[in-house]
Design a protein around this ligand. Structure first.
Ligand SMILES: [Fe+2]
Length: 266
C-alpha cells in the first residue's frame, strides 16, 4: 500500500487546515514548528522509521538523495528541526521547508513551490500506523522530499514545475502536471552507475512501495515526457508502471518543454 504519497499534497476536496491564503502574495500563512512540543514517543517513531528506511536506501536510494540527507543534516534519533534544515538549505539552493496544517488547494501548493517553499506537515504519524497513513506527515515530507531540494538541478526543476503548474489553464493541463509530479517527485526512479535507484518521496519514505518499484511486478520504463503525461495512476495501490530518468536534467527539460508548448515562460 502506498505511503503518504498523496502529499502531492494538494487535495481540492479537503479544507485548507491552517493554511490561510494571504492576500497579495498568493502564499499561505505558514506555521512555526514548536520543536519543544514533540514527545519522546514522536522522536522514537522517527528513529524507527529513519533506521528502517535508511538501511535500505544505502543500497537502493539515489546517491543524490543520500547526499542531500547529509547536507540538510537529517539525524537518526530525533525529529528534524526545520530552522536547522532551512539554514543548511538556504546556503545551498535557497529552498525552505515550511510548516502547514494540512492539505491545501493545488494552486496554493504550486505557488509555494514556485517560491522555493515546500509545504511540510509538522506532526509525525502515530506509532500504530508506522507503515501506512493516508495523509502526509513530517517523515514523508522531510525525510522523503526535502533532501532532494539540496540538489541544484532538482531545486530548479521543482521551482519551475511549481511556477508552470500554478498557471495551468485547464483540466487537461492540470492533469498533465499531476502525472508529471506523480511519476517524478513522488514515485521517480533514477539510473545511477548502471543500477536503478529510488528518489521519489513515496518510494524513499515507504518500504513496501520501494520494494514493489524495484521488484518484478513493476514495469520500469525509460522516462519520456509524452509517455508520462499519458500514463494514468492510482494512488491507493502499488504502482504497475514507473519511469526511470538518467539524470535530473531530464526533469528540468521536461518542464521547459511543457512551458514552450503552452507558450509560457517560467
Ligand atoms: Fe509527497
Amino acid at each position: 500500500m502506498s505511503d503518504l504519497h498523496s502529499t502531492a499534497h494538494p487535495d481540492p476536496e479537503e479544507s485548507m487546515g491552517g493554511a490561510a491564503v494571504e492576500v497579495g502574495t498568493g502564499l499561505p500563512e505558514f506555521l512555526t514548528q514548536d520543536y519543544s512540543r514533540y514527545t519522546q514517543e514522536d522522536h522514537d517513531t522517527w528513529k524507527m522509521l529513519y533506521s528502517r528506511r535508511m538501511d535500505a536506501l544505502k543500497d537502493n536510494g539515489s546517491e543524490i538523495y543520500l547526499s542531500g540527507a547529509r547536507v540538510i543534516g537529517l539525524e537518526p534519533n530525533k525529529l528534524p528541526n526545520l530552522n536547522d534544515v532551512n539554514a543548511r538549505l538556504a546556503a545551498r539552493t535557497g529552498w525552505a521547508a515550511v510548516g502547514v496544517g494540512g492539505f491545501m488547494p493545488p494552486v496554493v501548493f504550486f505557488r509555494c513551490l514556485a517560491a522555493r517553499r515546500f509545504p511540510t506537515t509538522l506532526t509525525i504519524r502515530p506509532r500504530a500506523k508506522l507503515d501506512y497513513l493516508p495523509e502526509p506527515d513530517i517523515f514523508h515530507d522531510v525525510f522523503g522530499h526535502v533532501p532532494l531540494h539540496a540538489d541544484p538541478v532538482f531545486a530548479d526543476f521543482l521551482q519551475h514545475f511549481g511556477a508552470l503548474a500554478a498557471v495551468s489553464p485547464g483540466e487537461k493541463e492540470t492533469e498533465e502536471m499531476a502525472r508529471l509530479f506523480w511519476f517524478t517527485v513522488e514515485f521517480g526512479l533514477i539510473k545511477e552507475n548502471g543500477r536503478t535507484k529510488v528518489y521519489g518521496s513515496g518510494l524513499i519514505s515507504s518500504h513496501g512501495d520501494a520494494a514493489n518499484a524495484l521488484g518484478p511486478k513493476c514495469d520500469r520504463r525509460p522516462f519520456d515526457l509524452d509517455a508520462v503525461i499519458a500514463q494514468p495512476y492510482e494512488i491507493d495501490r502499488m504502482q504497475d508502471v514507473l519511469f526511470v530518468v538518467d539524470s535530473f536534467e531530464q526533469l528540468f527539460a521536461a518542464v521547459e518543454t511543457i512551458a514552450a508548448r503552452r507558450n509560457v515562460s517560467v
